[in-house]
Design a binder for this molecule. Sequence first.
Ligand SMILES: Nc1nc2c(c(=O)[nH]1)N[C@H]1C(S)=C(S)[C@@H](COP(=O)(O)OP(=O)(O)OC[C@H]3O[C@@H](n4cnc5c(N)ncnc54)[C@H](O)[C@@H]3O)O[C@H]1N2
Ligand code: MOO
Length: 417
Amino acid sequence: MVQLDNDCFAFGGPMMAVEPALALLAGRVGPVTATEIVPLSDALGRVLAADLVAPFNVPPHDNAAVDGYAVFFDDLSADGASVLPVTARVAAGQWLGRPAVRGEAVRIFTGAPMPPGMDTVFMQEDCRSDGATVTLPAGIRRGVNRRLAGEDVREGSVVLAAGRRLRPEDIALAASLGHAVLEVRCRLRVAVFSTGDELRQPSQVLEPGAVYDANRFALIALLTRLGCAVTDLGILPDRFETIRDALAEAAASHDALITSGGMSTGEEDHVKPAVEANGRLDFWRLAIKPGRPVALGRVRGAVFVGLPGNPVAVVVTFLRIARPILLRLMGAADEAPRAIPVRAAFAHKKKPGRREFLRGSLARGEDGALVASKYPRDGAGVLSSLVESEGLIELPEDLAGVEPGMTVDFLPFKEFL
Ligand SMILES: Nc1nc2c(c(=O)[nH]1)N[C@H]1C(S)=C(S)[C@@H](COP(=O)(O)OP(=O)(O)OC[C@H]3O[C@@H](n4cnc5c(N)ncnc54)[C@H](O)[C@@H]3O)O[C@H]1N2
Ligand code: MOO
């Protein structure tokens, strides 16, 4: 097809839209990893394999929320201060060891179990005591400064659902339930390589026509952050047989293979036929910019994801297409990034029929609302545009363009952790 404008999408043939492609994949891939038991200190970021159910209430008993004096509310004078004898002392980790008796006050400390029967705690700053008695001010409400058994977690409830990627606070909650270890999914084994005769390893000499391989390092970092066990298979030359054999070998010991480059239709683009020689492709072109030549398929037992060569297209398609697939393979619950509706501060022409991602940043407008600006240079090879942006502006298929003031979806990069 003759390409008359500066548009790499002037290319015939059907392309799959993003949503149907993701739905197709959701039906075809499921968790592939076995499970293992890890200590809490190794559980951060791992995918929980089974629901975690609370074996008991947290806190396990009613307890004091402050340092002070526990009483029966009904012993307090309705119209003035009350003076009660201080008959016992309970610190955190201790028990009163007997039912509380009407008419007494118990010296109590934060976290200590409530004396059985007592319902209210005075803060010590509000009281006066000579050690033997305590003077309690009027006006307190029944039940204050007491934490109820089970108010944090109810016995038998699911506190962490299978598929959760564990956060620091999740690990604290598991510890509070007495778990020293957790059952998690084994790490997904992912092999990464770049293709292209022009690529050099950073630190090698860069002769004319060569470029340093950036994509592999982007992919390794993105996969590591997702919790995968990554194997770096380096740079492959633009040779069909080499790529075919490398894919077959990697498939034997990995759950997924990710490549970048060589996905287009030029005669130096060998990845697509190399996959087909080893397995099958589910699709290989998406209605998306940047990143149209994205391929998904199988190489023997492994899932294959082929990303385009242009570095910005690699990052965008990884985040939007590869990431949800990998999360499914990892057994992780869907963590679709949440877009923020913001006001566009720019104009942009767009072709309907494909989804487009611009790089952008947010600021506050004069009225306090969030306003998105678009990074001025938007070539798919301009890696600095990603570094200098805070997220992606996602323009849906049916949109024909953006005018200043329009509402657009902004996806902060932070949504993809
Ligand atoms: N005639 C056509 N030409 C192109 C089409 C098309 O449909 N018809 N599609 C364009 C689009 S869109 C993209 S994206 C690229 C993708 O092509 P490939 O996936 O085959 O990628 P390459 O040709 O191998 O590389 C493209 C570009 O990216 C650089 N690159 C590749 N790998 C790396 C790496 N690991 N680190 C840094 N940079 C990398 C490479 O040097 C090229 O500049 O094709 C368009 N052309
Ligand atoms: O330009 Mo191509 O959209 O994938 O990088």
